[in-house]
Design a protein around this ligand. Structure first.
Ligand code: TRP
Length: 497
C-alpha cells in the first residue's frame, strides 16, 4: 500500500501544522536527503515507533541525537519498551516506514525538546522521494503529544562526531563576497557546530600572504571575513574566534614541524603543483606558498582537535598534517599530537549557481550574494535561469532541479507561500517574474537581520577588535601549552623552564 500524501497533508492542515513537501530524487539515507537539500541534522528529525506495555508510542528525535533508553523508560513508566522493526511497523500502519503517517496510528507521541531549537524541521514522509518541512513548534499540535528530554547528542551536521570534542578550522580571507552557496554549504554548518562542539575558528591571515601583497587589500579582506561571520551568527561566547597572526605560536610551531616532513612530500602538494601548472616556474615559486601546508599543520596540531571541517580541496593538507603528527610522535615515542580527522561534506558545498548548470561560484558570475547592495541582489535573482522549456507563464513548469525553487527551499521560510508558488508553477498560473520577486522578498527576510548586524558592527569596530583580542587570548592559553610541551619533547627547554 502506498502512502497517500494528499490525505496526510489534509490531516496536517486540520491539525493546524504548517508544512510543505519537498520533492527530491529517490534516496534511502537521511544523510543523503539532507545533503541534497543543503540542510543539517540540526534541522531534521526521525520518528521511532515503540511498543510500551502494549501501547504504541511515537518518539520524535532530532537526527543528531539518540534516544536515551533509560530516560525513555522512566518517562513511560515501564521497563517493557521495545522498538518496532520495519515489518511490525508496516503491520501496524499498513504503510511503508517513515515519519509522517504516524499521527493516527499511535496512542501517543513524545517529542524531544531539541527538535524545537530550529524553527523548521525536515522529516520523512514514508516515501523516498518526498520530504516534509514542518514548522517545528506546530509539532506540539500532534494529538496526545508531549515535549520531553529523552535524547542525547551523538552526531552533528558533518558526520559522526562525539559531542564536546574540539573542532578547528581556518578561513582564508580571500576577499570574495560571500554568497548563498558559501553560506548554506559551509558557513551555516560551521556556525551550527558552535552549539554542540568546542569550536575554534580563525582567520588565516598569514596564509593570505601567499597571494596578497597589498597591505590595504589584506586589511579589507580580513575585516570583511570577520564581519561576515559575526553578522551571520558566529557567537564569540560559544566559539573561540581569532586571527592567526595574533597567536604567534602558529608560526613558532610551523618552524619546528618543518623538520618532520620531507621535501619530496611537500613537492606533491596540490597548491604547489597547481601553481606550476599556471606557468610559474619552479625557480620562482614563493616559499610561503610552498610551505603553506606546514603552517596549516601547525594551525591544526596546536589545538589537538578531534576534527577539521574543510572543503574537499583541503583533504590532502589534512593528510599531510596527520603524516607530520605521526612522524613526530614516532620519532619521540610520545603521543603529543592526536591525529585529526578531516570532516568533509562534499555535496554540502555544491549549491547550484544561477546559470542552472554549475556550482555557485564568484568567478563564474552565477552567485546570489548576501551582503551586496539590494539592487545587486535583485539583479542576480532576476537573471536566474529557471525552467528552460517553459516559454510562457501559462506553460506548466518544472519545479524539481529548477534553481529558483532550490533557492526558495533554502531561503524562504514561508512554507505556505513556497507550496503555493510550486503548485501554480506546475499548473502554469504564475510567471517567473512573480516567483523571483517573492524570492527577493524572502532574501530580505532571511538575511535582513544579518545585514543589519553587519552594518552595526561596521560602525563600531571597537566591538570587533575586542572579540578578536579575547579570542586570541583564549587561543593562546591552549596554544602556548602545546608549544611548551613540544619544546620539552624535542629538547628546546632553555627559555621555557
Ligand atoms: N587552507 C585553508 C583553506 O584555504 C584554510 C586554513 C588555513 C585552514 N589553516 C587551516 C583550514 C587549518 C583548516 C585548518 O580553506
Amino acid at each position: 500500500m502506498k502512502f497517500d500524501i494528499k490525505q496526510y497533508s489534509e490531516e496536517l492542515d486540520k491539525l493546524g501544522i504548517e508544512h510543505e513537501f519537498i520533492e527530491h530524487p529517490e534516496m534511502v539515507e537521511v544523510e543523503d536527503v539532507l545533503k541534497y537539500l543543503g540542510k543539517t541534522k540540526l534541522e531534521s528529525f526521525s520518528t521511532l515507533i515503540m511498543k510500551a506495555d502494549g501501547e504504541y508510542v511515537a518518539v520524535i528525535r532530532r537526527d543528531d541525537t539518540k534516544v536515551n533508553q533509560g530516560k525513555l523508560r522512566k518517562q513511560l513508566g515501564t521497563e517493557n519498551v521495545k522498538m518496532l522493526d520495519l515489518v511490525e511497523f508496516e503491520k501496524l500502519t499498513g504503510l511503508p516506514s517513515g515519519a509522517a503517517h504516524i499521527l493516527s496510528s499511535v496512542d501517543r507521541t513524545l517529542i524531544d525538546r531539541k527538535v524545537f531549537a530550529s524553527q523548521y524541521s525536515m522529516g520523512g514522509c514514508g516515501s523516498l522521494s518526498v520530504s516534509g518541512k514542518y514548522k517545528s513548534d506546530d509539532l506540539k499540535k500532534i494529538p496526545n503529544s508531549m515535549v520531553v528530554d529523552i535524547a542525547e547528542l551523538v552526531e552533528d551536521s558533518i558526520g559522526t562526531i562525539h559531542v564536546g570534542k574540539r573542532i578547528l578550522s581556518g578561513i582564508t580571507p580571500s576577499g570574495n563576497q560571500l554568497h548563498i552557496g558559501n553560506y548554506f554549504g559551509a558557513v551555516a554548518p560551521q556556525i551550527a557546530l558552535q552549539d554542540t562542539h568546542d569550536t575554534h575558528y580563525f582567520v588565516a591571515d598569514l596564509h593570505a600572504l601567499t597571494t596578497i601583497h597589498d597591505r590595504d587589500k589584506l586589511e579589507t579582506n580580513i575585516t570583511g571575513v570577520v564581519l561576515d561571520y559575526l553578522a551571520l551568527g558566529l557567537d564569540s561566547a560559544k566559539c573561540v574566534f581569532f586571527r592567526q597572526s595574533d597567536v604567534p605560536e602558529h608560526s613558532q610551531l610551523a618552524i619546528v614541524l618543518a623538520n618532520y616532513i620531507s621535501y619530496g612530500q611537500m613537492k606533491r602538494m596540490h597548491a604547489y603543483k597547481d601553481k606550476l601548472q599556471t606557468g610559474t616556474s619552479e625557480e620562482s615559486i614563493n616559499m610561503g606558498l610552498f610551505n603553506y601546508p606546514i603552517l596549516m599543520a601547525a594551525d591544526i596540531l596546536l589545538y589537538k582537535p578531534y576534527g577539521v571541517p574543510v572543503g574537499e580541496d583541503q583533504r590532502q593538507h589534512i593528510e599531510l598534517t596527520r603524516d607530520i603528527a605521526e612522524n613526530f610522535n614516532k620519532t619521540y615515542k610520545t603521543n603529543t599530537f592526536p591525529l585529526p580527522e578531516p570532516l568533509i561534506s562534499k555535496e554540502l558545498g555544491r549549491i547550484i549557481g544561477t546559470d542552472g548548470e554549475r556550482k555557485m561560484s564568484k568567478s563564474l558570475g552565477n552567485i546570489i550574494g548576501i551582503f551586496d547592495d539590494e539592487k545587486m541582489i535583485e539583479k542576480q535573482i532576476m537573471s536566474c535561469f529557471t525552467d528552460p522549456k517553459r516559454l510562457k507563464a501559462t506553460d506548466p513548469g518544472r519545479v524539481e532541479g529548477n534553481p529558483i525553487f532550490i533557492y526558495h527551499d533554502l531561503i524562504n521560510d514561508n512554507l505556505e507561500e513556497v507550496k503555493e508558488l510550486k503548485e501554480r508553477y506546475r499548473a502554469g498560473t504564475v510567471g517567473d517574474v512573480e516567483v523571483k520577486r517573492k524570492l527577493i522578498e524572502a532574501h530580505k527576510i532571511k538575511f535582513g537581520e544579518a545585514r543589519e548586524r553587519r552594518s552595526v558592527l561596521e560602525a563600531d569596530m571597537g566591538i570587533v577588535k575586542k572579540i578578536l583580542e579575547d579570542g586570541a587570548k583564549k587561543a593562546r592559553e591552549f596554544a602556548s601549552q602545546t608549544l611548551a610541551e613540544v619544546y620539552k619533547v624535542i629538547g628546546e627547554t632553555n627559555q621555557l623552564n
